[in-house]
Design a protein around this ligand. Structure first.
Ligand code: SF4
Length: 454
């Protein structure tokens, strides 16, 4: 009871301090802009550079070592609070939309495949230009996304966040992870109806991601900004059991593009992107192809003169990709995605069929049970860079491996629990359906074992 009233007051506080939040957003915009632009204008760090004495390394640590992993974690803990309160891109897009052309959102932008396609393209392109290593690549990828967000905001809608709702490359990932959160804005249908009958003035709510307030059931699109808190005395910040949305709401609103993002995106493309730098297969295929090309006197693919905005090109630090490197890199990531996603899809399909009659919606629902393990993998993959940077700083890291094992084990059990509860709702053969799901979880864990231990 005390917890609920604390949450209601927190939601109201966010609503009543919109100016303070806007100030905070512009502060984040300033820091983000500084760390994005200034390192790209400086020479690359030398061997003796450290996080605390070199701005480029500091920015690299902030962006990839802290910002991304912990923004992902915040989605699971607080829903998309980051989007509504701190995200510089969302804030700038909304600001531009208040001053722009105010056009209606076009049909092409509403296409349901954008969350998957935008995530896949950004992830692969980020690897092609080595976005984790070089500040010019960061400026290109993150800065390009910010410019696009502002341009979309300027052209479409009046003061809303069309970019965040439809095109942001991480919108789909955030939408999935926030389903796990124990916090959401709950809509009380009865209170809403009662307030309609009462003759009281009702202020309108400026919901930037355009949520259908009255019928809002899940957390996926809500930015947790609090602007609707107390609306018609029917909406309030509230707690719910962890993962409840995945078990209950996702039975209806899960679909093919979300499954593609989980199976081929987070558990496929992302894993391929984290794996390739340490992969023996990648090296073997590249050497074999290089040999074959040389033997056939086809030498242009071995040339490493591609521009830096297409493929990594930093001859001053002996790091330049040839056309062959780029092709094998893309092939490796897409091949890994195809392998991971297809094996997982087949195992999930087997679970669905063993539980009872085949229904595509059941397949999509069960795919959502993998969200904890998929999210944990991306967190671990990104935090690998944090670990590498801390190692150079001489920080003791004996605790990292046990922590990784603990997180993977916890996420695996959470996914298994969600799968058990989802299949339980089908009134089918629950126990028989579990072995393929367990194999699917083991398949994902094996890919991390390959990366960390094998
Ligand atoms: S529904 Fe809209 S207004 Fe309400 S908290 Fe979510 S994003 Fe903000």
């Amino acid at each position: 009871m005390m917890m609920q009233s604390f949450l209601i007051r927190t939601g109201d506080w966010l609503r009543d301090h919109a100016r303070l939040i806007r100030l905070l957003q512009w502060l984040v915009v300033l820091v983000y802009g500084f760390l994005l632009i200034v390192p790209a204008c400086l020479p690359l760090p030398g061997d003796s550079a450290r996080i605390l004495n070199n701005l480029t390394l500091f920015a690299q640590f902030v962006f990839w070592g802290i910002w991304w992993p912990f923004v992902l974690l915040s989605m699971v803990l607080f829903g998309r609070l980051w989007c509504g309160v701190l995200c510089p891109e969302g804030a700038m897009s909304e600001w531009a939309a208040r001053r722009g052309l105010g056009r209606a959102i076009p049909r092409w932008m509403r296409w349901g495949g954008w969350p998957f396609v935008a995530f896949a393209m950004t992830t692969v392109y980020g690897q092609m230009v080595s976005v984790y290593q070089y500040p010019r690549a960061v400026l290109l990828v993150l800065g390009g996304s910010t410019v696009a967000a502002v341009a979309v905001g300027f052209v479409y809608t009046r003061g809303k966040r069309a970019w965040c709702r439809h095109l942001c490359p991480v919108n789909g990932v955030f939408a999935l992870l926030s389903k796990l959160s124990p916090l959401h804005y709950r809509v009380d249908e009865i209170a809403w109806k009662t307030s309609s009958a009462a003759v009281i003035p009702i202020r309108s709510v400026d919901c930037a991601p355009l949520m259908p307030l009255r019928h809002m059931k899940g957390n996926s699109g809500c930015h947790m900004c609090g602007r609707c808190s107390g609306h018609r005395e029917a909406i309030s910040l509230a707690s719910r059991p962890w993962g409840e949305e995945v078990v209950v709401q996702a039975a209806k609103d899960s679909g093919g593009w979300q499954s593609a993002l989980i199976l081929y995106g987070l558990l496929g493309i992302a894993i391929g992107a984290f794996h390739w730098t340490g992969s023996d297969v990648f090296v073997a295929v590249k050497l074999w192809l290089a040999d074959w090309l040389a033997n056939h006197s086809i030498l242009w693919p071995l040339d490493d003169g591609a521009p830096w905005w297409l493929l990594t090109h930093y001859p001053e630090v002996n790091d330049s990709f040839s056309w062959l490197d780029g092709a094998v890199l893309i092939g490796y990531i897409l091949g890994a995605a195809l392998l991971m996603g297809t094996v997982l899809g087949l195992l999930l399909a087997a679970s669905v069929r063993l539980a009872g009659p085949w229904r595509p919606q059941r397949f999509h629902h069960l795919a959502q049970s993998l969200i904890p393990l998929a999210g944990c993998g991306v967190f671990l993959g990104l935090s690998a860079l944090t670990v590498t940077l801390l190692k150079v700083e001489g920080v003791a890291l004996w605790w990292v491996m046990p922590l990784r094992v603990g997180l993977l084990a916890g996420a695996t059990l959470w996914s298994l629990n969600l799968g058990w509860r989802i299949v339980g709702g089908w009134q089918g053969r629950r126990v028989v359906a579990m072995p393929p799901l367990i194999l699917a979880l083991a398949w994902v864990d094996a890919s991390w074992w390959l990366m960390w231990w094998a």
